[in-house]
Design a protein around this ligand. Sequence first.
Ligand code: MN
Length: 192
Amino acid sequence: MFMQNKRLTTYQQKRDFSKTPEPKGEEKLEKQKGLIFVIQKHAASHLHYDFRLEMDGILKSWALPKGPSLNPQDKRLAIETEDHPLSYKDFEGVIPKEQYGGGTVLVWDHGTYDCFSSQEDYKKGHLVVILKGQKLKGKFTLQRFKKKDKPQWLLIKAHDEYENSNYDVTFDNKSTISGKTLKEINPEAPDD
Ligand code: MN
């Protein structure tokens, strides 16, 4: 699979790859077992979490201003952002200040997921997934409530054995690939 992918045009146009260490999205990737999911903690102008699901050779992406939650009572806003290349799943590091998304990125959780929705469901704005991460496990729903301009969704934990009504996203702030905190990746990163 060679990622010369039209769907990455927006991603590529927003970035100057001579200045940012982020992947260009032209890499050849070995086919993995299962669909990839990743959540990156991103200390940009505002701290947020980027939720990404592999779909048809790219990573569908949503920005979560408050991060994910294992509490089914929490309805977490998920703002759709541009598709990212699959290789972005391993990106952790510092995006220079003047660049798009300038700040520090940490791989907060990663793993695979099972999808229980059809292409039709997705187009209608409804997704049911089971995440198999290091931190997040179990069933989640994504429901779109605003379609125009920047589509907005809600990410909600479904009831199952992994729900946790005392969940606090800041409790585990280390990278699942390097074990580092934001500060350990970049001493200039804000406290989390
Ligand atoms: Mn981001």
